[in-house]
Ligand binder design. Structure first.
Ligand code: ATP
Ligand code: MG
Length: 407
């Protein structure tokens, strides 16, 4: 039989009047993450009841990557009659092979003839009598849970944590500066965890878009799409920028380039419906990330700049990168990563100085110039479909910036 799950959400339950919208989004995202497994996702009494074909392991791995899921359990559905529930509980107790247990019951159908407590006491006595297991209410080896809904009951003894957070698509889009390094994929994951859809923006020096496309950057986007679903990546060649800024002072290079990336992200935000820009910056991790340099990066931006990793240590970032399977890709060699290297970068670049170079070097025009050579990559994890086009030929028309764009 197809594995069946109860899937619980926590924070989405707290969203007041917006709650139905969050629940709808979560339902859609659960169905999407289980696509190919003929999923049926039904909202029942404040939790989802989900069935999917394929192995329980596969479905569980996908549910474990769906933001908004607090926890889930593979369940045995049983009828509402006491004998049916009792059989289910005894099966679960025997399968557990534990020595101590407790039964936890929950009724969402308050019309059920037994109270939760009465049901727990009777079932507990039955388990003790039939299996010899001992009741331990404080620290049991096994917790057998019984969830009574209006149409049937669920018995389960496992409880797998989900990734938490909010359903992807409920918080709007962000233009995400994506380097191919360790930090920016983790930052994207954290943004998705809070419901954002990142539009990945990568600047490359490689001679052709094909080089960039075949690099680890695309592999990282694919890995992240296990959490975020369909993904969009814009590949921007910046050789022209390098030529145009060759005479700028060397110690200003990282800050100027970063300002240029921000300006390009700003230019792309309206057509992609993004309401913010995000980066993988962590405070003072590098000279380009001192508080002063972050300020000069932001200066004059028309959009908020989000930095989910600002207060993370590198080892915290690495352990998250390992958990979300981007670390091994991040450490693959990629020439482009070191394209802008300066021996003694300034740690306090004044905003006015950057503004001055932006004007003198006509970087605003250069943004349009590099975008003419950009490539739009769309990736759909359902069917593993990757599509590429020149950005100039397939620029989306300006769209709403609210989360409604993704709902
Ligand atoms: P990461 O591991 O994300 O590369 P990092 O510690 O190497 O970060 P930097 O190279 O200074 O730090 O980059 C800081 C941030 O600037 C990155 O997290 C990313 O958001 C952005 N960034 C840097 N290089 C690029 C690039 N080539 N394309 C797009 N964004 C970039
Ligand atoms: Mg980097």
């Amino acid at each position: 039989m197809a594995p069946e799950y109860v899937v619980h959400y926590s924070e989405v339950a707290l969203k007041g009047k917006n709650r139905p919208e969050f629940v709808r989004a979560l339902r859609r995202n659960i169905a999407r993450s289980l696509s190919g497994l003929a999923p049926v996702v039904e909202l029942r009494d404040g939790r989802f009841v989900v069935s999917a074909s394929g192995t329980a392991q596969d479905a569980a791995a996908r549910l474990g990557k769906t933001f908004g899921v607090a926890w889930f359990s593979e369940v045995a559905p049983v009828g509402l009659d006491y004998d049916g529930i009792r059989r289910g509980v005894l099966d679960a107790a025997r399968a557990s092979k534990g020595r101590t247990f407790k039964v936890e019951t929950r009724r969402s159908d308050k019309g059920y003839p037994l109270t939760s407590r009465e049901l727990a006491v009777r079932l507990g006595a039955a388990v003790q009598e039939e299996t010899g297991m001992k009741v331990d209410l404080t620290d049991p080896e096994v917790v057998i849970r019984v969830d009574v809904t209006r149409s049937n009951a669920f018995v389960y003894s496992n409880k797998t944590p989900g990734p938490g957070g909010l359903p992807v698509g409920t918080a709007g889009r962000v233009m995400h500066l994506f380097s191919g390094g360790i930090d920016s994929p983790v930052a994207a994951w954290l943004l998705m965890k809070r419901g954002c859809v990142p539009v990945y923006l990568h600047f490359y020096l490689a001679p052709t878009p094909r080089n960039a496309l075949e690099s680890k950057v695309t592999k990282q986007v694919k890995a992240l799409s296990a959490y975020g679903g369909k993904s969009t990546l814009v590949l921007v060649p910046f050789a022209e920028y390098q030529l145009a800024t060759a005479d700028a002072p060397g110690d200003l290079e990282p800050s100027l380039f970063r300002r240029f990336m921000r300006m390009t992200a700003e230019a792309l935000a309206p057509p992609f419906g993004a309401a913010a820009i995000s980066t993988g910056d962590s405070l003072s991790q590098a000279a380009s990330q001192t508080l002063w340099n972050l300020a000069s990066f932001d200066h004059g931006s028309t959009l908020p700049i989000l930095r989910p990793l600002l207060a993370y240590d590198k080892d915290e970032i690495i352990s998250l990168a390992r958990r979300i399977s981007t670390y091994d890709l991040s450490i693959e060699e990629y020439k482009d990563c070191c394209a802008i290297i300066t021996r003694h970068p300034r740690t306090r670049v004044k905003s006015a100085l950057l503004d001055d170079y932006v004007r003198r070097l006509e970087l605003q025009d250069l943004v349009q110039e590099v975008l003419r050579g950009a490539t739009l990559v769309s990736y759909n994890p359902v069917g593993d479909v990757l599509r590429c086009a020149d950005l100039a030929d397939s620029m989306p028309t300006t769209r709403a910036t609210g989360p409604e764009a993704d709902l």
